[in-house]
Design a protein around this ligand. Structure first.
Ligand code: PBG
Length: 334
């Protein structure tokens, strides 16, 4: 007679029983697809992000239409600005006809039901690549001066048609200021998805290739505003503050190295929690798969499932489109 009373393996025997007891599922509705757009006539691949393009306006709109058909609820659009249009103030961000606002208008015209999310930050537009304005002595990123510009950016994005604005700069007090600016301009229904716990991570490299926001060697570090990867309690403080200031959704970024933070944030927040599987996470999986060291699809799917299991209600991921395709295919075959 067997001595083992409890045999958990019973519930792992077949695919059917595993499906029956599965605790976490990835749904197309959980995914947000980040997309890049530039002013050129043709899409250009981002070298460090296989399969990711800097879209032309035309190819961006086509991709958004496909996303909508696949059932993806939202895209996040990031501009890649020509270096000749950048300056230390990021003035091009305030130009109503820049490629981001054109893109948002075009996408909302073609796909009115698809949610468009835009970053509120200056890094696509500044020659130094920082998310904000430098102080007059050039030694720091000036919080309060930056917040004023962020408010103007957010209103311009909302005017172009963005459904959700996403301050990604980690300045203090910007969520409240942006909420007030949006409300004053009567954009009462434009939501704020705050990059609440955004870490100063090594994993943003490929994104900075994509938008050309690499920071020079001797410049100020983004660690003066993004969070220290060593810190956990501070993430809870940031989330609490952003909730009080009026964030509709809070985000943890990056995702995979910060699953503990996602869990803690999910446990304390009263609003939906987003996680951003960033460019470096995407690039790592592609690179290992190219070398034949990891199975591409299995690693990709496990990474997203783990982020969901940790507590993310929604995930920004460059895999969104292909995973959505896979999910609809699987559901069709059952
Ligand atoms: C900039 C911004 C960054 C990302 C999203 N918005 C990079 C940065 O902070 O330098 C990173 C996204 C990614 O790596 O995929 N405000």
């Amino acid at each position: 007679m067997s001595q083992i009373l409890r045999r958990p393996r019973r519930l792992r025997r077949t695919d059917a029983i595993r499906r029956l007891v599965r605790e976490t599922r990835l749904d197309v509705s959980d995914l947000i697809w980040p997309l890049f757009v530039h002013a050129g006539p043709d899409p250009i691949e981002v070298a460090s992000m296989p399969g990711v393009l800097r879209h032309s306006l035309g190819s961006l709109v086509r991709s958004c239409a496909e996303a909508e058909i696949l059932g993806l609820p939202a895209v996040a659009i990031f501009p890649s600005i020509s270096p000749s249009l950048k300056d230390p103030q990021g003035a091009h961000g305030l130009s109503q006809d820049n490629i981001l606002y054109q893109a948002v208008r075009a996408v909302k015209k073609e796909c009115p039901g698809l949610l468009v999310i835009t970053d509120v930050a200056l890094d696509p537009y500044t020659s130094h690549g920082h998310d904000g304005l430098l102080s007059p002595d050039g030694n720091t990123v000036d919080n309060d001066a930056t917040v004023e510009v962020l408010c103007r950016l957010a209103v311009l994005e909302a005017e172009a048609g963005a459904d959700i604005v996403a301050p990604s700069d980690m300045m203090d007090g910007r969520v409240r200021a942006i909420r007030e600016a949006l409300d004053a301009a009567r954009f009462l229904d434009t939501a704020i998805m705050s990059y609440a716990a955004k870490y100063a991570s090594s994993l943003y490299g490929p994104f900075r290739d994509a938008v050309g926001s690499k920071i020079g060697k001797n410049a100020i570090s983004k660690s003066t505003y993004q969070m220290d990867p060593a810190n956990r309690l501070e993430a809870k403080l940031e989330v609490r503050l952003d909730e009080i200031e009026g964030a509709d959704i809070v985000m943890v970024k990056p995702a995979s190295y910060y699953l503990d933070i996602i869990r803690e944030v999910r446990d304390i927040a009263a609003v939906p929690v987003a996680a951003y599987q960033v460019s470096g996470e995407y690039a790592q999986i592609h690179a290992a798969a190219r070398l034949g060291w990891l199975d591409y699809q299995a690693t990709r799917d496990e990474s997203l499932l783990a982020i969901r299991r940790a507590g993310a209600d929604m995930i920004l991921t460059y895999f969104a489109r292909e995973v959505a395709e896979g999910i609809s295919r699987d559901q069709g075959s059952r």
